[in-house]
Design a protein around this ligand. Sequence first.
Ligand SMILES: *[C@@H]1O[C@H](CO)[C@@H](O)[C@H](O)[C@H]1NC(C)=O
Ligand SMILES: *[C@@H]1O[C@H](CO)[C@@H](O)[C@H](O)[C@H]1NC(C)=O
Ligand SMILES: *[C@@H]1O[C@H](CO)[C@@H](O)[C@H](O)[C@H]1NC(C)=O
Ligand SMILES: [Zn+2]
Length: 437
Amino acid sequence: MRVLAPILLWLPAALSITIRSPSFVSYDSYQVVRVKTGQHLRTVQEKLSTLSYEQWNHDIHHHIDILLAPGQLSAFQDLAIDYHVMHENLGDSITAESELKARWKRDFGDLSWYDSYHPYEEHKQYFDDLHAAFPNNSEIVSSGSSYEGRDIYGLHLWGDSGPGKPAVLFHGTVHAREWIAAPVNEYIALQLVTGYNAGNNITQLYLNKYDFYIFPFVNPDGFVYTQTNERLWRKNRQPGPGNSTAIGRDINRNWEFGWDANPLGASTNPASQVYKGEAPSDAPENKGLDKFVRKLRDGAGIKLFIDWHSYGQYILTPFGYKETLYAPELGKWTKAASIVSETIRDSSDAKTTFTFGPSGATLYTTTGAAPDHVYSVGRAEWSFTIELPDTGDFGFVLPPDRIRGTVEEQWAGQQALWELLDEEFFDGEGPAIYLGM
Ligand SMILES: *[C@@H]1O[C@H](CO)[C@@H](O)[C@H](O)[C@H]1NC(C)=O
Ligand SMILES: *[C@@H]1O[C@H](CO)[C@@H](O)[C@H](O)[C@H]1NC(C)=O
Ligand SMILES: *[C@@H]1O[C@H](CO)[C@@H](O)[C@H](O)[C@H]1NC(C)=O
Ligand SMILES: [Zn+2]
């Protein structure tokens, strides 16, 4: 249903020209390469230890993805190790990513929104417009403010007799550089609104059963910084403690539950990409998000929580903080994850598949991460991290022409998941463990 006046707002030709600061890190002539590891992991790590590089991935059993400065390239080639190039020139990839090829006009029904990436302010407008199209069944909500004072906005959606049903809660762009997370959240919100308005009985069924709370940007400062200054920024933009000149806490290591449970799960070094902060929830983003989680818990409860990340194509469940600890619900979570993965695989010719399992055992140990907290403290019945595409052709810098396919397959996956949320047949199966696929 089209309720907006047809305001035509032609966008500037390129994101880069409009919002980049003079100090934008160009990454010109930087290369991203995937180094094969497997049984040679030790040897490879030893060889790499002679270089300076930034590592992109954490699960290094099969490969390590690394970013190399131009000055390191010849030394890297001299190592004579097995690798292939992900980004020949990362600077060119970032420039290409920021060009708005589609000329999206301001109309949420125009799907060319999903053909390019957008500035933060436009994302905010997109949700305002979506709310305006669904005024009696939605509201814009806030999970507090970021360090720099940006609103952590979300859309709360409900059906015929709502609001007040158990919550489905989504957090996107937890890590600033994982740009694909926001369009996925937005596309799901769009499908709910347009499907409901069009009388789609499946959409109506879920909106009548659950209250959706969709937050596409829980780390808005970091996201804005990736567009103005440094495309590969991950954390929030809060200054480090004391005299430290380092910036940023990792919002996904700062949650209260299990915050200090395992020294391997996060870093106490303010300069680290996985800096946990000085105390649980000492990042303003976490403080607000946690308050919101507890409010939902104490209301109608949390049915489903998803923390949306990229990259790697994983569907992960608690626990992250202890790899040998299996939750009683692990059997049903894992079975559901396998069904979601199959649904996504069969939904398009891309045949995208996901690896699934408990996050600590499947990927690596994480302390103070959201899915453990929202399950243990928020008492969410279902709690996931979804690591979106790809598996490493492009990593964080996923080209805009991959957005549309990714959002569509996630919409297919979510419908399959929602169908399972109230199923009883999983009960009594016990914690069967299926790792990988
Ligand atoms: C919202 O509810 C009001 C009051 O019941 C009604 O007048 C209006 O038509 C509704 N709007 C939509 C878009 O359904
Ligand atoms: C939705 O409607 C279609 C067509 O009328 C019907 O076949 C299907 O069973 C309905 N699904 C639900 C969940 O009500
Ligand atoms: C910070 O720097 C000041 C001045 O150099 C110094 O006096 C102080 O001890 C430092 N504080 C910490 C916590 O290191
Ligand atoms: Zn992430």
